[in-house]
Design a protein around this ligand. Structure first.
Ligand code: 5AD
Ligand code: FES
Length: 352
């Protein structure tokens, strides 16, 4: 079967075997990528029209207990000036975001910063101030009881990239005290608790093979995350991976399209890393099937301190600037920013 036939098969059957995935990743070319993008774009348009959902990210702390080899805010990086916003500052970012039309707030930080009760408290306060908004948490691995507490406080969604569905690969990206199995268990717990759950990977992370990517696609097929975060790996100067090459822009776009074809209604952002690797990354991500953009709502004063990788975009901009910029960028390619919570809805997924 040639690659276009494999992409067609994925579109009709929503499944490829591991061998078929590997063939696709071993042999794809630009033509295949464009073919997948045109199908993915049509699917996204059928389900979401020309609307792009926006999420405001509040990076409220860069303190982290973990030491992932790829990440700029890893514990061992002593060159990072560590911060944690107060509850009032976090609420202030959300208020500002609300005024700019955001109806989802993503609270993101390094792992294990606040006591679980403190997080629950912030979630409750945001939901009370803005009952028409969704709250997404992106706070790393926690125990079931903690995720439960946060869910009961009103959190709607949770982002936890699995990073790689291949356990041996996971071990090459993380220190020994981190466990692939634990991360997978966390994802299962999140789903069980009724969160709209996001998984995801970095494309071109060190030691990633086409077999890893095949495993990732098969994981997406079986786990069916409501959201998928995919961006290129980008090196950070103060990490063990500082000399590793960045991921491929084109492969990232191709994977976005394949995810859209596999899971038609998935919430799929054109990520900040995609916008960093290429000036038009977010636009091309949307044209490849993405339907979400997640700009930063953090105070400008702390943005440069949340550098997961070098040269991250929008670290000098005000929230309002980013909002205007994205509106213009989306308009220029025929899309509009939608002001609503933008929940995952898999009923629409069955329309073919
Ligand atoms: N390049 C690209 N993405 C990164 N992330 C962390 N470090 C990097 C990097 N150097 C991604 C990881 C993590 C998410 C918050 O950011 O996938 O889950
Ligand atoms: Fe931040 Fe363009 S989105 S400046």
């Amino acid at each position: 079967m040639n690659n276009k036939a494999l992409i067609d098969k994925l579109n009709t059957e929503k499944h490829l075997s591991k061998d078929e995935w590997m063939t696709l990743f071993d042999t794809w070319d630009e033509d295949d990528r464009k073919y997948a993008a045109s199908i993915a774009k049509t699917i996204a348009q059928r389900i979401y029209g020309n609307k792009i959902y926006i999420r405001g990210i509040v990076e409220f702390s860069n303190i982290c207990r973990n030491d992932c080899y790829y990440c700029g805010i890893r514990r061992s990086n002593t060159d990072v000036s560590r911060y944690c916003l107060t509850e009032d500052e976090i609420l202030g970012c959300c208020d500002e975001g609300y005024g700019l039309g955001f109806r989802t707030f993503v609270l993101q930080s390094g792992e294990h910063i606040l006591k679980p009760e403190q997080v629950a408290d912030v979630v409750k306060k945001i939901k009370k101030a803005h009952p028409d908004c969704a709250v997404t948490l992106s706070l790393g691995e926690e125990e079931y009881e903690t995720y439960k507490l946060w869910r009961e406080a009103g959190a709607d969604r949770y982002l936890l990239r699995h990073e790689t569905a291949n356990e041996a690969h996971y071990k090459k990206l993380h220190p020994e005290n981190m466990s692939w199995q634990h991360r997978m268990d966390c994802l299962k717990n999140l789903k069980k608790l009724g969160y709209q759950t996001g998984a995801g990977i970095m494309v071109g992370s060190p030691y990633q093979t086409n077999e890893c990517l095949a495993d990732d696609m098969r994981f997406f097929e079986s786990f069916k995350p409501e959201m998928i975060g995919i961006g290129p790996f980008l090196p950070h100067k103060d990490t063990p991976f500082k000399d590793e090459p960045k991921g491929s822009y084109e492969l990232t776009l191709f994977l976005l399209s394949l995810c859209r074809i596999l899971l038609p209604s998935v919430l799929l952002p054109a990520t900040t890393a995609l916008g960093t690797i290429h000036l038009k990354g977010r636009e091309e991500g949307v044209l490849a099937g993405a339907n979400v953009i997640m700009p930063n709502l953090s105070p400008t004063a702390v943005r440069k301190k949340y550098m997961l990788y070098d040269n991250k975009i929008c670290t000098g901009d005000e929230s309002a600037q980013c909002r205007g910029c994205l509106e213009r960028r989306m308009k220029a390619i025929g899309y509009e920013i939608e002001i609503s919570r933008g929940d995952h809805n898999d009923k629409i997924c069955d329309i073919r």
